[in-house]
Design a protein around this ligand. Structure first.
Ligand SMILES: [Zn+2]
Length: 414
């Protein structure tokens, strides 16, 4: 089976509004500050913070007597579902992040091959977790489960809930998986000099004489117009002549990739690489000026072929140069998993709202219900996009030509 490429997200399976006797008005940041502490530890920390004059979140507001209950392990039981925990909901649609009560649903869905569009975002796997604590573990568990079922994942377009975790790059590499991610603000800009004469910026390696105005470029933000995005792509593409390119396949198990300097690939004219002086001149390394002025030619990294290991920003390294049109085309495929999510929460199903799912208590039962819901959505999606029922597809018959269509709603609006 050929590796397919997948997009992954985590989303909340919720809300559990009618089952939450405690209304929780905590701000997300305050709750995060106290997250992971049991009840006694929270009381102690609240006292400590109050003594230090810090702003202290009030205890949950009780809307029914006797709630929240305190479980044997010292954690709050906030609702009649003893396994529903506080889960982190990242900011989306320009809304701030939040803490809700429920489960964390991790989903993997097919994406269109690079350069193509319209492939249905079939859900391939999911993990329903009781909290958003270990996203990293949930993602790897899902990928390993897919493998056991014979689904090879070659690349993942992951959301930022996963990409901010240290060490994920190596775990993915060990599984021969590339990632495409959007960087967070604190990941952007210069990040060290792995090899003399180079600079690591936005997960890419450049010669250190790249013009300084290209070192710190703004990130892509929600709500940018197509023109603004194109203009920003063009800024990032000004970095192309100074960039090292990956040479061959990585050593997946060790997370090591060899790179080729820009003079080696003809993007730069460099006095330390005499043959580059004899062909059509490209962007000139400072060594060319030194040579022309009769000065001593200083060493540079233009022809270097360094290998970068897991400690060299592997968590941020990607196939295509960050911010370029190629990178954007690759990363934009992540929208497939949002479409998939919208299919089973809104268009084809109501995973968040269906009473049949919502009224079950406990992770195990909700996993089964979510599983049935997702399978039903996948069948409807195959039917509507390929005009064939999965049961009519013969074993080994390739389904290669999807018929992109707008999903149709039933007359009852589902
Ligand atoms: Zn040079």
């Amino acid at each position: 089976m050929t590796p397919f490429e997948s997009a992954v997200r985590s989303s909340l399976e919720g809300p559990h509004g009618d089952r939450v006797p405690v209304r929780d008005d905590h701000r997300a940041t305050a709750l995060n500050h106290y997250a992971g502490l049991n009840w006694k530890e929270r009381v102690a920390k609240r006292e400590q913070d109050r003594a230090k004059g810090r702003k202290v979140p009030e205890p949950p507001r009780i809307s029914e007597p006797g709630w929240p209950k305190i479980k044997d392990d010292g954690t709050y039981q906030m609702s009649v579902d003893s396994e529903a925990y506080e889960v982190f909901e990242g900011s989306k649609n320009l809304q701030p992040s939040n803490i809700k009560l429920g489960y964390d649903l991790h989903v993997a869905a097919d994406v269109s091959p690079l350069g193509e569009s319209g492939f249905p975002p079939l859900p391939r796997g999911f993990v329903l977790a009781t909290s958003s604590g270990d996203k990293h573990g949930a993602l790897l568990t899902m990928i390993d489960s897919l493998r056991r079922l014979g689904v090879e994942v070659g690349k993942v377009a992951i959301d930022r809930g996963y990409s901010q975790i240290d060490g994920l790059g190596l775990e993915l590499s060990k599984r021969r998986i590339e990632q495409v991610i959007k960087l967070k603000a604190d990941q952007m800009g210069p990040h060290g000099t792995p090899v003399p004469g180079t600079i690591m910026i936005d997960g890419d390696l450049f010669v250190d004489w790249m013009p300084k105005d290209l070192w710190d470029l703004p990130n892509f933000t929600i709500g940018m117009s197509a023109e603004e995005i194109a203009a920003l792509n063009a800024r990032y593409e000004e970095r192309v002549p100074y960039a090292f390119s990956p040479k061959g396949q990585p050593d997946w198990a060790r997370g090591v990739q060899q790179y080729r300097g820009p003079a080696a690939s003809g993007k730069v004219t460099c006095a330390n690489r005499p043959e580059s002086l004899r062909v059509t001149r490209a962007v000139e390394c400072p060594s060319v000026g030194q040579l022309n002025r009769g000065e001593a030619v200083q060493p540079c990294a233009c022809s270097a072929q360094p290998s970068l290991g897991p400690e060299d920003n592997l968590d941020m390294r990607q196939r295509y140069l960050y911010g370029t049109r190629k990178w954007l085309a690759d990363y934009s495929r992540r929208s497939s998993v949002e479409s998939s999510n919208a299919n089973f929460t809104t268009h084809f199903s109501g995973l968040n709202e269906r009473k049949a799912i919502r009224t079950f208590l406990g992770r195990r039962k909700r996993q089964w219900l979510a599983c049935f819901g997702i399978i039903a959505v996948a069948i409807r999606l195959i039917h509507s996009r390929y005009e064939v029922a999965p049961s009519e597809v013969e074993e080994g018959h390739p389904v290669t030509s999807p018929v992109p269509k707008t999903p149709r709603r039933d007359k009852d609006g589902r």
